[in-house]
Design a protein around this ligand. Structure first.
Ligand SMILES: NC(=O)c1ccc[n+]([C@@H]2O[C@H](COP(=O)([O-])OP(=O)(O)OC[C@H]3O[C@@H](n4cnc5c(N)ncnc54)[C@H](O)[C@@H]3O)[C@@H](O)[C@H]2O)c1
Length: 396
């Protein structure tokens, strides 16, 4: 259920390993594209595998679920306006498969979910189909692949598998063992749910530490890049790199699944989210100040190059991107002024007019590095203009 960034590759890899797979998505165009062998997501090497499994007949997509022996929920789990997790997609996908479930079936949630979601869905299933209680297997198995490296990681990463009981854990392990070479670690469903959230909250907290250091160092007149490099010479210290915030649909989202359920206890996790969000505001403010200072000195508005929009280097994904929000704030503050927006990984954008990165760099009075894309390292450092390097391209 769900043929997106995670569901589609999982379906393809399972089919490639000899499992007969029915892919279900409520989006008709995803289904049509998939059945015609065209990948609707970006993932190198995956389209050839899709064509192989579609041609061999081991994988077919539908808009409605078909009867199967195992069902996997791989649908979105966003957060609502108040940062409360929204599990309505998981619930609606579960309701869609409910009438098809039979004795001996396996039901697995892969979507990143708040603690207790698997038990909640088990209750929903048993409330509607009481005869299935004790007769089907229900488990949670989160995904931790890196987009861009999915084909390798889906097979080789270790996975955590937690059932609502031991029989469910064992059944789910048996399923994944058909195509996962990494170790399959057994636990219960609540621990498995929390494990996925913990992995991303851990990254968020560690990045927040680096971002906090960058704020302190800015005030103290210390080069944060040099500081971190030196501190990391300690054999047991490993500080991450600061940036202009934290983005993406995982690290910037999942910690809220913990903090909204356990607000009193999750003080570091909540504060890390605040620090990483604040870092983007701080960067936007720095750019605005630099622009005002330039204008006061030169009696004209500066040309500004905003370098990068993606949420991390060398990708085209702008979801929850701090660079995007900084670019928007700066553009709004100067009524779109002379601000050039650069993103070498995308050709066009419906909100931002994009400028070639070399042109923007060469003509700007103020250069703002938001994302450390590999293209930017090929540019020579311009000492004749002000460079605001928030992501350590030149580490100056
Ligand atoms: N993308 C990642 O890198 C990643 C990594 C780990 C975990 N996750 C988690 O995996 C889950 C899925 O993420 P994704 O990136 O694949 O999402 P996605 O948005 O790329 O894809 C989800 C798909 O589900 C479909 N869908 C929605 N409701 C449906 C329903 N009731 N029945 C069938 N299809 C339905 C949508 O049309 C969409 O195509 C999320 O919980 C996410 O947090 C994602």
């Amino acid at each position: 259920m769900g043929l997106g960034y995670i569901g589609l590759p999982t379906a393809i890899i399972a089919a490639k390993h000899g499992i007969e797979v029915v892919g279900v998505d409520i989006n008709q165009s995803v289904v049509d594209k998939t059945n015609s062998g065209n990948l609707h997501i970006v993932e190198e090497g995956l389209e050839a595998l899709l064509q192989e499994v579609v041609t061999s007949g081991s994988f077919k997509a539908y808009t409605c679920p078909q009867e199967a022996d195992a069902y996997f929920m791989v649908v979105p789990t966003p957060f609502k306006g108040d940062h409360e997790p929204d599990i309505s997609f998981v619930e609606s996908a579960t309701r869609m498969v409910l009438p098809l479930l039979k004795k001996g079936d396996l039901y697995v949630i892969e979507s990143t979910s708040p603690v207790g979601t698997t038990e909640k869905m088990a209750e929903l299933i048993f409330a509607e189909r009481p005869e299935l209680k004790g007769n089907i297997y229900i488990a949670y198995c989160p995904e931790r692949v890196l987009p861009g490296n999915i084909i390798y990681e889906l097979v080789n990463n270790d996975r955590v598998i937690g059932g609502i009981d031991e029989a469910s854990t064992a059944k789910a392990k048996e399923f994944y063992a058909q195509f996962v070479k990494g170790q399959l670690h057994a636990t219960n469903s609540r621990t498995a749910e929390m494990c996925k959230l913990t992995e991303n909250a851990s990254r968020d907290v560690q990045i927040a530490f680096a971002n906090e250091l960058s704020l302190i160092c800015d005030k103290a007149g210390i080069n944060v890049w040099e500081l971190i490099q030196l501190a990391n010479k300690h054999p047991r210290v490993n500080i991450l790199q600061p940036g202009c915030g934290v983005g993406g649909h995982c690290i910037a989202v999942d910690p809220y699944f913990i903090s909204s359920a356990y607000p009193a206890e999750s003080r570091i996790i909540s504060e890390a989210r605040n620090i990483n969000n604040y870092k983007a505001e701080w960067c936007a403010e720095k750019v605005r100040t630099a622009m005002l200072e330039f204008e006061l000195k030169n009696h004209r508005a500066p040309a500004v190059a905003m370098m990068g929009l993606a949420f991390k280097p060398n990708i085209d994904d702008l979801r929850e991107s701090p660079a995007k929000s900084i670019a928007s704030r700066v553009l709004q503050s100067c009524n779109n002024g002379n601000v050039m927006v650069v993103e070498p990984n995308i050709k066009e954008h419906n909100v931002f007019k994009l400028t070639n990165y070399k042109t923007a760099y060469e003509t700007a009075d103020i250069v703002v590095y938001l994302v450390n894309h590999r293209e930017f390292a090929t540019l020579n450092y311009r000492s004749d203009v002000q460079v605001l390097d928030f992501c350590g391209v030149f580490k100056k």
